[in-house]
Ligand binder design. Structure first.
Ligand SMILES: Cc1cc2nc3c(=O)[nH]c(=O)nc-3n(C[C@H](O)[C@H](O)[C@H](O)COP(=O)(O)OP(=O)(O)OC[C@H]3O[C@@H](n4cnc5c(N)ncnc54)[C@H](O)[C@@H]3O)c2cc1C
Length: 348
């Protein structure tokens, strides 16, 4: 049997481990986190990710534990809706639930090693870097010029036991900041993003919450209510990083999937979805083709597609987080609201 070492047992790594043919491969997953995380925000599952979850046999359970996204509005900082976005069949799954379901789909034949990998696994088999935006595999095999890039933005996310107001759901775009809220099965998820000097590593959640309360003090009452009720124990904070464009996701017998290959701004909510698709695409190819052909086909199928989404996420980020152009953006969206009210825009 051929050996495959997967570095990183997050969304991409677990999905790959769950879909590789156990009769062909001896798979080992290296994951530094000893247990599943306890706090996680909602990840919007687009149709392509739902098809991947169906293939893994966990779609029904994923739906059962996740609220539908439904419709939500893009609003100005004061909370007035500009456009209404229909989420269609999309649902928002908690990262904790997604990881738990993917973990349960991994066959018992997969070897699990709990340790932080410090160098590329030796042994001669295929090495898969599924180790996220700060990927050691990418650094070791592609070189230090491919280190993750720090954006100026902070992402602060949290949960609350109840929804502050069903009418307030949606995303609020201010001057250089955005704030989102959505229903969850156990209350609500919320997130905030803006330029911040905190970090870049080990950011104190209480300091980030204090900064956010000051930042959003003049925003809609629903935002202020959420931030007043938020507690550090039910929040996650990080600076947002992205990866540089790689001219190939494959180098010899090393291949990258998920954020290790293409971490993008979270504005389109596609990173986890594309990580699932990467994993299933790679597994299908490895299960059916000789390794070198499978890797070439994977690179061809996934690199330009994820590049396009990365660029689209950055473009949307420039609009949502506009600073100098914010008055112009707001005038355009006010016009769109007046022309189209009450418009509903499908999300595909
Ligand atoms: C604020 C924010 C909001 C987002 N919202 C959405 C959304 O709505 N929808 C969506 O689709 N995506 C969203 N994303 C993107 C999504 O979170 C990522 O794309 C996704 O988590 C990538 O999965 P991954 O498995 O590639 O990497 P990760 O989730 O980062 O997993 C990597 C794993 O590797 C492990 N690891 C790392 N280094 C090592 C090592 N050296 N040794 C052993 N283990 C290691 C880590 O512990 C981790 O478990 C969002 C991201 C952010 C920041």
């Amino acid at each position: 049997m051929d050996a495959i070492s997967i570095v990183g047992g997050g969304i991409a790594g677990l999905a790959l481990a769950a879909s590789l043919d156990p009769s062909r491969f001896q798979v080992t997953v290296f994951e530094k986190r000893p247990e599943l995380p306890a706090v996680g925000n909602a990840l919007g599952m687009w149709p392509n990710a739902q098809r991947a979850l169906a293939r893994l046999g966990v779609l029904e359970e994923a739906r059962a534990v996740s609220p539908m996204i439904g419709s939500g509005s893009v609003r100005n900082a004061a909370g007035e809706p500009w456009i209404t976005v229909d989420g269609g069949e999309m649902f928002g799954i908690s990262r904790v639930d997604l990881l738990r379901l993917l973990d349960s789909a991994v066959p018992g034949t997969v070897r699990r090693v709990t340790s932080q990998v410090q160098a590329l696994p030796a042994g001669g088999g295929l090495v898969v870097g599924a180790d996220g935006v700060h990927s050691l595999v990418r650094r070791e095999a592609w070189g230090s010029g491919t280190e993750a890039r720090l954006t100026p933005y902070l992402a602060l996310r949290g949960t609350l036991p109840s929804l502050v107001s069903p009418d307030a759901v949606g995303e609020y775009w201010g001057r250089g900041d955005l704030f989102g809220m959505a229903a969850s099965n156990s209350g609500m998820f919320w997130y905030a993003s803006y330029r911040s000097g905190l970090g870049p590593y080990d950011i104190d959640v209480a300091s980030a919450l204090k900064q956010a309360r000051e930042r959003y003090a003049g925003h809609a009452p629903a935002i202020r209510q959420v931030l007043a009720a938020a507690t550090p124990g039910a929040c996650l904070v990080q600076r947002i990083w992205t990866t540089p464009y790689l001219s190939s996701f494959v180098r010899g017998r090393t291949v990258l999937i998920g954020d290790a290959a293409h971490a993008m701004l979270p504005t389109l909510g596609r990173g986890a979805c594309e990580s699932l698709v990467d994993a299933l695409t790679l597994a299908d190819l490895l299960n059916t083709l000789p390794e070198d052909q499978a890797l070439r086909a994977y690179d061809r199928q996934r690199r330009l597609r994820t590049r396009t989404l990365s660029l689209a996420s950055s473009a949307l980020g420039r609009v949502a987080l506009a600073e100098g152009a914010q008055p112009f953006r707001d005038r355009l969206l006010n016009l769109a609201r007046r022309r189209n009210a009450p418009a509903a825009v499908g999300r595909g």
